[in-house]
Design a protein around this ligand. Structure first.
Ligand SMILES: [Zn+2]
Length: 414
């Protein structure tokens, strides 16, 4: 039975040659045109800055920063950074005024991501003021250190501690300075580990570490409940990826626990894929193969594991994930990263960096947007990604709704 979530891949596989006409000469004008189109629609107003990096204008500021870092766009660098600053300044004012300090600590949906991107943009512009948003980011450490600082689940990537650690990693890489002290990182990692141990113990499961996050709709379940996600967006895989990234601050026993958990997660594979939730059986017709749920997101954990200890089983797992994405990566929800075609393409770029095999560049080239998605009359289920709602994290805090869900659903629930 054909999968209802993706277009069948009818492309032939790599035969020793990349696709022609996709070099810098073709890509640069296409990217510039896409940026222009986005900037015509992005609000630069504090009244419309909700959603953080994931769903708010701050994500556009990050996109402009990212493009401006590439030498191919040096001609546009100054203009892009200037616009990025306007957008991120409005976003910073918005999160500064946020009364819920927990919201400010969220990476993808809240203040931590906004402050991090503001620091990067300011630094690129040569402004000494980059220290101001950086200080605001650093001060969030205290907010997310308590074990249960969020009612909806304190450890995942969008709003929890894994996200905060991820932002600190990116900042260290981009700014070239230490962001948090070793003791601060250690205390956050220990909170994550203790939280995972407590939850696994409470559920009386033989899992080394396990976490819950509030969710309802992913499995079509009507009642509200906490899910033991293993996906990259809200689950175990991104939490473990962050713990591996900071394994230097862990004790020997803590490191053992993390590696046991990595292997435990590897063993949950079902035909090159992972269910969104622990113990769920993956159905063929409705199989989820995108970054937020499935192999294209979980693969990054095993890539990190392979880079650290070079054990071939982790690389093999990544490669199997890539085979599944090649079959099912042309997603009907559109071009985005979270549950779209770009998220699939990133897996091939990851595999190219791990293996050096040009096959993966070819496969990334083949992640084209199908004509049906380009057509203005495309049906809504093909053209509209399910974005999380503005204020959805706040809704999760106050009305116990899951953050990573459709804008319309959360608006209706607000
Ligand atoms: Zn998604």
């Amino acid at each position: 039975m054909e999968n209802t979530r993706c277009f069948a891949n009818r492309f032939s596989d790599y035969k020793g040659a990349l696709l022609p006409g996709q070099g810098a000469q073709a890509v640069v004008p296409a990217v510039v045109a896409a940026v222009d189109k986005i900037l015509k629609n992005v609000p630069i107003d504090i009244s419309d800055c909700d959603g953080g990096l994931y769903d708010g204008p701050a994500g556009v500021a990050y996109m402009l920063y990212h493009v401006s870092e590439c030498p191919l766009f040096s001609e546009h660098r100054d203009a892009y950074l200037k616009t990025a600053k306007q957008i991120i300044d409005a976003s910073v004012r918005y999160v500064d005024a946020e009364p819920d300090k927990n919201m400010r600590a969220a990476f993808l949906l809240g203040g931590a991501g906004v402050y991090a991107v503001a620091a990067m943009i300011y630094k690129s512009l040569g402004l000494a003021d980059f220290v101001k948003p950086l200080t605001k980011f650093r001060n969030l450490w205290e907010v997310c250190a308590p074990i249960n600082f969020l009612e909806c689940g304190s450890d995942e990537l969008f709003v929890g501690r894994a996200g905060y650690l991820c932002a600190a990693l990116v900042l260290r890489q981009k700014l070239g300075i230490e962001i948090l002290s070793k003791d601060q990182i250690k205390s956050i990692c220990q909170a994550i580990i203790e939280s995972g141990k407590q939850y696994a113990r409470r559920k009386r499961k033989p899992f080394p570490l396990m976490y819950s996050y509030y969710g309802t709709e992913y499995l079509g379940v009507k009642e509200r409940r906490y899910n033991m996600f293993i996906c990259a967006a809200h689950g175990l895989s991104s939490v473990l990826q962050m713990l591996l990234s900071y394994q230097d601050v862990l004790s020997g026993a803590e490191r053992d626990l993390v590696w046991q958990s990595v292997d435990f997660l590897m063993n949950q594979e079902q035909n090159c894929n992972w269910p969104a939730e622990l113990g769920a059986i993956i159905g063929r017709e409705n199989e989820l193969v995108h970054w937020c749920h499935g192999a294209p997101g979980v693969a990054y954990l095993f890539a990190k594991a392979y880079l650290i200890n070079k054990k071939p089983q982790y690389l093999d797992t990544c490669i199997r994930s890539g085979e599944l994405v090649w079959q099912k990566g042309l997603l009907k929800k559109g071009p985005g990263i979270c549950h779209g075609i770009a998220g699939s393409a990133y897996v091939f770029l990851l595999l190219y960096r791990l293996t050096g095999n040009s096959k993966y560049i070819y496969r990334a080239q083949r992640q084209e947007i199908p004509p049906v998605l380009k057509h203005s009359c495309a049906p809504p289920e093909h053209s509209a990604p399910c974005r999380p709602a503005p204020g959805a994290h706040r809704a999760a805090q106050t009305s116990r709704l899951p953050p990573h869900r459709g804008r319309a659903a959360a608006a209706a629930a607000a």
